[in-house]
Design a protein around this ligand. Structure first.
Ligand SMILES: CC(C)=CCC/C(C)=C/CC/C(C)=C/COP(=O)(O)OP(=O)(O)O
Length: 279
């Protein structure tokens, strides 16, 4: 009996030591990987369609909400790696206007999660403070329940003075809606200020999109093997390097990110030069 107990303790001790050893080896390789990647051109802006949370949940036999929670955790880890690498702006698709057509229970779960995570992001997330991240919520906030809208406004206000890096979170967003709203805004201003001016310029549309003066994404990543744009940043990504990855979003690791950056660096000499951020 005593022998069995000792064996049991030894087994768990060895398992824990091995896990710690593997974690230290992974940390060393991650640091090395970051150094190698940072020696090539680093994208200033990465846009991500975080796809595959529900498929991951169903494969892992967990509920959909837990799949989205894991998706949020993966976002924080990916953001951490991007910022360590020197990426200045990360823009993520968290909820499209089309997502409102999901079942009322799932929409309500996602809204609760977004509210919770937006509050968490600015109050408890060390990453936001250490990298001086400005959080911007892009989308038609009037479509959101009051609680989520208030959390979004709180998050933007609380990080408004952070100037080093940006996390854009697209919620209640679709690109066509954004473009229509931008044109509508320009037309409304026209009627008041210059009633006879009939021409709209590209620069005016740029300025009036939710992304405003933010430079366009260098890379657009979509996970889960889907190769559609799903009405995401259609105007802004006209010259972006597209990267489609088979991993589901909760599985997207540092190594998937590194592979994507390496592919971008290999293609870099042939890519059109994008506007660089001014910070
Ligand atoms: C505050 C903040 C930034 C929160 C982010 C939370 C988060 C990760 C939201 C993503 C939600 C979403 C619709 C993912 C797409 O997977 P899916 O549901 O379409 O999965 P499927 O493709 O497997 O169906």
């Amino acid at each position: 009996m005593a022998m069995g107990k000792h064996f049991y303790y030894a087994y768990f001790l060895i398992k824990r030591l091995l896990a710690q050893l593997l974690a230290s080896i992974a940390a060393v390789f991650t640091r090395l990987g970051l150094k190698v990647l940072a020696s090539g051109p680093v994208p200033a802006h990465i846009a991500i369609i975080m796809d595959g949370n529900r498929r991951f949940a169903s494969r892992s036999r967990i509920d959909k909400r837990s799949g989205h929670v894991l998706g949020y955790e993966r976002l924080i880890q990916t953001l951490d790696s991007c910022l360590k690498l020197g990426v200045k702006i990360v823009t993520v698709y968290a909820f499209s206007i089309e997502n409102f057509q999901r079942s009322p229970a799932e929409v309500s779960d996602l809204m609760e999660l977004l509210q919770d995570k937006l509050d968490h992001l600015v109050s408890k997330e060390q990453l936001v403070r250490s990298y001086d991240v400005q959080v911007r919520i892009l989308g038609d906030l009037s479509l959101l329940p009051k609680g989520v809208r208030e959390s979004a406004e709180r998050a933007m206000l609380a990080t408004n003075n952070n100037k080093s890096t940006v996390l854009n979170v697209c919620i209640a967003y679709t690109s066509t809606h954004e473009i229509v709203q931008a044109i509508q805004k320009i037309m409304d201003e026209r009627t008041q200020d210059q009633p006879h001016d009939k021409f709209i310029t590209k620069e005016e549309i740029d300025r009036n999109l939710y992304t405003g003066l933010c430079p366009p994404p260098d890379i657009l990543l979509r996970t889960s093997g889907e190769t559609r744009l799903s009405n995401y940043l259609l105007w802004q990504c006209s010259n972006s390097y597209m990267c489609f990855c088979n991993a589901l979003w909760p599985e997207f690791s540092f190594w998937h990110l590194s592979w994507m950056i390496l592919k971008y660096q290999r293609a870099y000499p042939f890519l059109p030069r994008q506007q660089r951020p001014s910070f």
